[in-house]
Design a protein around this ligand. Structure first.
Ligand code: 4AD
Ligand code: MG
Length: 483
């Protein structure tokens, strides 16, 4: 049998430190590791240096001892190697550190290679802590901090949990387009995609004073998608059960800690399912993710608990085990109208779109667990939601969770052609842009439902971070996009 291949020359620090005895049993073995110096110091009057080396594979760093003679062989000065941010590849022997040391294993360098030096007067990340807000100016470097690397690892686990959950339910992963010609939410919050203004002539082609989109790349107007739902619906009406997971874009001028202009959404779409089935699906999926994190990344979660949110692990544990409360919008409004111990900024009355303060009150104060609110007034919801028999409400649902508020938004889709055309007309939507979507209702229409889970909202919930800008590697918000 051929030997397993690893694709880099380095052993992961995680693989060294995660043995049951914290690496102790590896003493005497040779290893090559590569990473970035977290902290370093010279000792023994400059005869050797201690480096705390982190390679991103886990929170912990490996202690490296570099004798000055080894550094000299590589033409390097120990004083430069110890600087925070320096990258280095080292080969040597794993050895047991002196008694009383926290780590159970360290690496004695015998050869130092591939060093990337830094200019300490210019390197923006200090050895000490920098505020999360300041770190946002350096998305290309902040991944080297314990906080951001832990979050990105948790993000990866959630992504894998998502694939695992849907695969276990035989729900196929499909890829829906990023560039689209229709506005899924009908809210007009789309970024336009055009090559018209890139052209060297400084004018945009126009016809009768209007921009002539027949001259544009797609010969019609195109946008970045706000949701993969419409395409997922078409694929579900053939494949049966699908989900799409991708970036979505909203050109809304929201400056909150829960909104991004580019965020990732997980969107299952299930044929032969009414609203109840997708409520079950959303509940099971959220619980599955909570359990997954508790089983697969407890070290990073403990770091979040210690540094950011004492309740993060408790919250995940509780949600993994609890049954979500389900109430109608009408019941939710009645409950909120009775609240006397709190003054809401936004008045509560039937017909309003629940504000974040209302959502959080329901889930954090009244029920102290996730709440699914369903059957919303049609006036505040999107055109594709199925009109209920009362003709006032639609079969929509939102999953509200503590810490975040709205985590999931979904609905049963209107499958009746005439009802949908009437609703779209009332809302002033251009029917021609939705021709294929409407075709679904003409050719073998079927009851179907789906939802969208805001992936960064799930990360806020899991990590206890307060700001959505810190749970995505490259946040895009009004007025700000770095790199
Ligand atoms: O409620 P929304 O707008 O629903 C849809 O887009 C549907 N088409 C989804 C579907 O049924 N397939 O968005 C879904 C979720 C929200 O519940 C929220 O968690 C998240 O996406 N979300 C945002 N997350 C970050 N920044 C924003 N600007 C967000 N807008 C929505
Ligand atoms: Mg919503």
């Amino acid at each position: 049998m051929s030997e397993e291949r690893f694709y880099t020359k380095c052993t992961l620090i995680h693989d060294i430190l995660s043995t049951q005895d914290g690496g102790a049993s590896l003493s005497g073995k040779r290893a090559t590791v590569g990473g970035w110096v977290k902290t370093g110091r010279q000792q023994g009057k400059g005869t050797f240096a201690f480096l705390e080396l982190n390679d991103g594979s886990c929170l912990a760093s490996l202690q490296i001892i570099v004798p000055s003679a080894v550094a000299e062989q590589a033409g390097l000065d120990l004083a430069k190697l110890v600087l925070t941010g320096t990258s280095i590849t080292v080969s040597g022997t794993l050895t047991t550190p002196p008694e009383g040391t926290k780590q159970k294993i360290e690496l004695r360098a015998e050869e130092v290679k591939d060093v990337g030096l830094i200019d300490k007067d210019e390197y923006p990340l200090p050895k000490t802590k920098m505020s999360l807000e300041k770190l946002r100016d350096y998305p290309h470097l902040r991944v080297r901090t314990n906080t951001i690397s832990a979050i990105i690892r948790i993000r990866d686990e959630l992504s894998f949990a998502t694939a695992t959950f849907f695969r276990s339910k035989k729900i196929r992963h499909v890829h829906t387009p990023i560039i689209t010609t229709s506005d899924c939410e009908g809210a007009g919050e789309m970024f336009q995609v055009t090559t018209l203004i890139n052209q060297t002539e400084k004018t945009v082609p126009n016809k009768d004073g209007k921009i002539d989109y027949t001259k544009d790349f797609f010969a019609r107007q195109a946008f970045l998608t706000v949701s993969g739902q419409l395409h997922a619906e078409t694929l579900a009406c053939g494949l049966g059960r699908v989900y799409t997971f991708g970036p979505t874009f909203r050109a809304e001028n929201s400056h909150t800690s829960r909104h991004l202009a580019e965020f990732w959404m997980v969107e299952p779409e299930l044929a032969f399912a009414d609203l109840k089935y997708v409520m079950d699906c959303a509940e099971d999926y959220v619980k599955f993710m909570c359990k997954w994190l508790l089983d697969h990344c407890i070290e990073d979660l403990e770091f979040m608990v210690k540094n950011f949110d004492k309740t993060a692990i408790d919250r995940l544990t509780k949600v993994a085990e609890t049954t979500f409360k389900r109430i109608t919008y009408t019941e939710a409004v009645e409950l909120l109208e009775k609240v006397t111990d709190k003054e809401f900024e936004n008045k509560v009355e039937w017909g309003i779109d629940l504000a974040s303060e209302h959502e959080r009150y329901l889930t954090e104060v009244i029920y102290k667990k996730p709440v699914i609110v369903y059957d919303y007034p049609k006036g505040i919801k999107a055109f594709y939601m199925r009109l209920n028999d009362d003709a006032e409400t639609v079969a929509a649902m939102d999953v509200l969770v503590p810490k975040v508020g709205e985590l999931v938004g979904g609905s049963q889709r209107e499958e009746r052609y005439d009802v949908m055309v009437q609703r779209m007309t009332e809302m002033g939507l251009p029917l021609e842009a939705y021709k294929e979507y409407l075709d679904l209702r003409r050719y073998g229409t079927v009851t179907h439902s789906g939802f969208g889970l805001g992936f960064e909202r799930m990360l806020l919930f899991a990590t206890g971070m307060d700001n959505i800008r810190d749970v995505i590697p490259y946040p895009r918000t009004p007025g700000k996009a770095v790199l």
